[in-house]
Design a protein around this ligand. Structure first.
Ligand code: ZN
Length: 310
């Protein structure tokens, strides 16, 4: 039944409220802290990641949401899936957008998943694909995925236990399995990183255009804009650049207090990670650390860093 919505329009003949323009580009670049020279001057292009911004309805909204989309939402609401959360988006760029371009778009409901159980509750992932045109030419696609779900009921005991700390793992009762750590979102842009983790390698991207190293993984170079890169293996040496100690709020699968660190690798890039081998209150800025891989559960392994002094 839900499958019959696939391929039906989610929005037709949409039109951006404003043509591509320099003030919106400037505000975006300021908000993002992106000073790339391609986005200023007489030959300026819009940052590619602004693709969706040109299609947004703003506070007053668009009035062109399709009957199919409304019908699908009504159906899911009726099935108890009354909550919604955006999960991820993917974009492809076909040609640069320049000031003056008039943006038009159409969107289709690309897929509706079978009912899935997530930590938030059970529901359906709905993927919408928007095809964006500039002056009538294909400019890019924007895929947007939401989870429309029935919120999981919080067990009364768990709700009552907050805000005190969660019981230590060994004192948990056997009735409820320990919640699993959140899964990383693996996509085309970071697949290589997680392939590396599986082989116990911490891989950093290096731009083949200008040799700048980057982490976390991104599709392009922030320095020169090149989409070409190679992966290099980090030595595993690093130091704690900064850290926080998490006490509250408690998250399922984590036992506070624990340290979340920003580790600066010997290669110069930084990553957010956990520190092992050192109590949370002995983590300090400048602490030398070394890469190791933490087996979290049967599916998940994570690169973490072991403190090499107490
Ligand atoms: Zn580069």
């Amino acid at each position: 039944m839900l499958k019959t919505f696939e391929g039906r329009p989610a929005a037709t003949a949409g039109r951006g409220k404003d043509p591509v323009n320099e003030p919106m580009i400037r505000h975006w670049c300021e908000a993002m802290g992106d000073a790339h020279p391609a986005y200023t001057g007489p030959d300026a292009i819009a940052p590619p990641t602004m693709l969706q911004a040109w299609t947004m309805g703003g506070l007053s909204g668009h009035t062109d949401r399709s009957p199919a989309y409304e019908e699908l939402f009504d159906l899911l609401d009726g099935a108890g899936c009354t909550s919604v959360v955006a999960t991820d988006c993917e974009q492809e760029y076909l040609r640069p957008l320049r000031p003056g371009d008039v943006v038009t778009f159409d969107a289709v409901i690309e897929s509706v998943s079978a009912r899935k159980t997530t930590k938030l509750g059970t529901g359906h992932f709905v993927t919408t694909r928007m095809d964006v045109r500039a002056d009538g030419e294909p400019a890019g696609t924007h895929r947007f995925r939401i989870l429309k779900y029935a919120p999981a009921e919080k067990p009364a005991a768990q709700a009552a236990a907050q805000p005190t700390a969660e019981p230590a793992p060994e004192t948990r009762t056997g009735t409820q399995p320990r919640p699993r750590r959140p899964r990383p979102v693996v996509n085309r842009d970071n697949q290589g990183f997680w392939d590396g983790v599986r082989e116990h390698k911490l891989l950093i991207q290096r731009c083949t255009g200008c040799a700048t190293l980057r982490f976390p993984w991104l599709p392009g170079c922030n320095t020169c804009g090149s989409p070409h890169w190679e992966a290099v293996e980090a030595s595993g040496a690093g130091t704690v650049f900064s850290y926080v100690v998490m006490h509250h709020p408690p998250f399922p699968a984590f036992d506070p207090p624990y340290a979340v660190a920003l580790v600066e690798l010997a290669e110069g890039v930084r990553m957010v990670t956990n520190i092992t081998g050192v109590p949370y209150d002995k983590v300090r800025i400048g602490l030398p650390v070394h890469l190791e891989f933490l087996r979290v559960d049967e599916e998940l392994e994570l690169p973490v860093f072991r403190g090499s002094e107490g």
